[in-house]
Design a binder for this molecule. Structure first.
Ligand code: 3PG
Length: 211
């Protein structure tokens, strides 16, 4: 994997990005190894827990096959802390110019979150053409993406939020969808039980039908 990734490379790799919430640093490395063994290397660790940065650092240092990214990036400080911890891409639940500029300054590919046409236009103004559609199911699902494919013909989306193994194919079949994101690949109970085999099996099964 090239040192300087593009947003499109991040999207097209799996093309499923696990949205990961880690409460225990000890889970980070075995979980990442399980996902990589199952065929998924782009790992979005959300900045929602006090342990998130330490988890990213552990994955970046100890799992060379993984490409760790930061999710829930809401500020320039979040982006800087994530880059310092070894994150190689960033995902944000919304879009601000400040976050967009911070990621550019850091050389961090960003998938900015959008849910409306105006937000898409703001991201486009700043040069972002690969966007996260969040929260995808709640904000209109596949029908919304079909509607956007007219005016925003040059945008690729990563729908996230309410995406599951049951509905992911509905999104991935759309020409303006490059990947999907979701938490279903790393269930909280599998993490709590240290059930790395289940996480690996979920990743492997997902890769088999999405590719
Ligand atoms: C999030 O940021 O919480 C993601 O969109 C994950 O949503 P999900 O849990 O519905 O997959």
């Amino acid at each position: 994997m090239a040192v300087n990734l593009t947003s499109l490379q991040v999207m097209q790799d799996a093309p499923v990005i696990p949205v990961i919430v880690l409460n225990d640093v000890a889970h980070a490395v075995p979980m990442a190894r399980a996902l990589v063994a199952g065929g998924i290397r782009m790992l979005e660790v959300t900045l929602r827990t006090p342990q998130a940065l330490a988890c990213m650092e552990a994955i970046a240092q100890e799992v060379p096959g993984a490409v760790v990214g930061a999710g829930t990036v809401r500020s320039a400080a979040d982006a800087a802390a994530a880059a310092k911890a070894g994150a190689r891409f960033a995902v944000s639940p919304g879009y601000t110019k400040t976050v967009g500029q911070a990621c550019k300054d850091l050389g961090l590919p960003l998938l900015p979150g959008v849910a409306t046409g105006s937000e898409i236009m703001m991201a486009l103004e700043d040069g972002y053409t690969e966007l996260k559609f969040f929260p995808a199911m709640q904000a209109g699902g596949p029908a919304m993406l079909k509607a956007w494919s007219g005016p925003f013909f040059d945008v690729k989306f990563c729908p996230t939020g309410g995406v599951t193994s049951q509905n992911a194919a509905d999104f991935l079949s759309l020409p303006n969808v490059a990947c999907v994101g979701g938490s279903w690949l790393v269930p909280a109970d599998a993490l709590a039980q240290g059930d790395w085999a289940r996480i690996e099996a979920l990743a492997r099964a997902t890769c088999q039908w999405v590719r």
